[in-house]
Write a protein that binds this ligand. Structure first.
Ligand code: URP
Ligand code: ZN
Ligand code: ZN
Length: 470
């Protein structure tokens, strides 16, 4: 199978130029620049080459396939399961331009890590249309678990996930935190972390419920910004002492970001992720009646003033990546579990499908984010941090031919009526988008075209990654 993409504007963090791209055997085999703006002198056309498929990308951008470094597909959580399967999630991802995602393996505390690893692999193997890999959840640390983590790294995972929140479920204590970071440092593994102080959350939840405050709007008050900031500060202390490389997932507010930046200033190896939800939704989306449960997630949606802080931090690179933390739970059934008690609302917002288009529309089109930084934060940085670069996140000869031919002139609207995600609502319902993938390829084969999935379920690969010292 060969593919020729003609006359598109390649946009990567380092370069921006018009070129023809030729792909064979799942990878990019030739790039022929056409634009005078490129510094090297090789200019020409790939006119004499035969290809099985030719795409005219004139007037369109060509981006490396987008990478979502934080999604939940198989997720037993809060007494239920997230709704997507690898089939539905990969369809949604591809239609929206995401060609690789990294899923969190989240075993219960009592589960054996190696068995959880195999279970999560089994849920994905042969069922995805796009490539994926995993962060290994460390939800318990003892001698046997350590042996399992070493084995899992040998088998090709190079990142751990820890929760400082969710006491009694996924959360770990300080002894386990220290041991996890120490092992990660030894193995060259980066540790992704959910930072909220679990004890404070529990105390605040108890207090609010005792006062009869049971609605979804009180979720915010059980996890205010200082609770998240305290979690980040705690992680910074442990990362400083162990020298481990850490990645703070779903950073929602200025207070938490400031703690991470304080860590960075004293040479802690820290990277920060934020989510499309935090950029576009604020805490009023979880109010004033039970419908707000649709937008209950942790850390909670914040006051609007944080949005500008996060946009700026993304633009200047203080925040490295934009992810989704995709966690779909139906409103009509699952979110109802918390009708009388906000602590029982399954936490999560579905967003895998819409991240790229919303980020492009509200970031690039509105002038908040430079287009090259857009690619960097939604693709390349994740590839670099999690051991996938330059196979993914790049448009280079030899890279996987995961490409997004992006139409900046498309106009449309987000709706649960038309989305692919297996969930009965969309938190971005009615929002306009200005741009959409025209063609999305996975290793040289077209998987989505103009909003329609045309990929192959089961073609997705589970990616092996080497430990890397960033
Ligand atoms: O509310 C959230 N974020 N749900 C998914 C689980 C997690 O904490 O990442
Ligand atoms: Zn989390
Ligand atoms: Zn998550």
């Amino acid at each position: 199978m060969s593919l020729l993409i003609k006359n598109g504007e390649i946009v990567t963090p380092d370069e921006r130029y018009v070129a023809d791209i030729y792909c064979e055997n799942e990878t990019i085999s030739r790039i022929e620049p056409k634009s005078a703006s490129r510094t090297d002198s090789s200019r020409g056309e790939i006119d004499n080459v035969q290809a099985d498929e030719v795409i005219d990308a004139s007037g369109k951008h060509v981006f490396p396939g987008f990478i979502d470094p934080h999604v939940h597909i198989y997720l037993p959580f809060m007494g239920t399961y997230a709704k997507d399967t690898h089939e539905t999630a990969s369809r949604a991802a591809l239609v929206g331009g995401t060609t690789t995602f990294i899923e969190m393996i989240c075993p219960a505390r009592g589960d054996r890590p190696l068995e959880a690893f195999e279970l999560w692999l089994d849920k994905a193997q042969g069922k995805s249309a796009c490539d994926c890999t995993f962060h290994m959840g460390v939800t318990r640390y003892d001698e046997q678990a350590e042996q399992d983590f070493r084995e899992i790294v040998r088998r090709g995972l190079s990142s751990f996930k820890i929760f400082l929140a969710y006491k009694g479920a996924f959360g770990i204590d300080d002894r386990e935190l220290y041991a996890t970071l120490s092992l990660a440092k030894k193995l060259g593994v980066i540790v992704t972390a959910h930072c909220e102080n679990a004890d404070l959350v529990l105390e605040l939840q108890r207090k609010l419920l005792a006062e009869g405050k049971t609605g979804p709007e009180y979720h915010y008050w059980s996890r205010p910004p200082v609770v998240e900031a305290e979690g980040v500060r705690h992680l910074m202390t442990f990362a400083e002492l162990t020298g481990a490389h850490v990645y703070i997932v779903h950073t929602s507010c200025e207070e938490a970001l400031n703690e991470a930046m304080r860590g960075k200033a004293r040479d802690v190896n820290v990277w920060v992720e934020t989510l499309i939800q935090y950029l576009l939704l604020d805490r009023t989306a979880a109010e004033p009646n039970f419908e707000g449960a649709k937008n209950v997630m942790s850390p909670p949606l914040r006051d609007k003033k944080n949005q500008e802080v996060m946009w700026k931090a993304l633009a200047d690179g203080s925040v490295a990546t934009l992810a989704t933390d995709h966690a779909p739970f139906d409103y009509e059934t699952q979110k109802q579990m918390g009708r009388d008690d906000f602590t029982k609302i399954p936490n999560g917002i579905p967003s895998l499908e819409d991240r790229v288009n919303l980020y492009y529309t509200r970031g690039v089109k509105s002038g908040k984010i430079d287009i090259q930084r857009f690619v960097d934060s939604a693709s390349t940085q994740a590839a670099k941090l999690f051991g996938l670069y330059p196979r993914k996140g790049a448009i280079k000869v030899g890279s996987d031919a995961d490409l997004v031919v992006y139409d900046p002139n498309y106009r449309g609207m987000i709706s649960a009526k038309t989305h692919q995600m297996n969930v009965d609502y969309n938190s971005f319902e009615g929002m306009q988008i200005e741009g959409r993938p025209h063609v999305v390829t996975v290793r040289g084969k077209i998987a989505a075209r103009d909003g329609t999935f045309i990929g192959e379920i089961g073609r997705g690969r589970l990616l092996q990654r080497e430990p890397c010292h960033h």
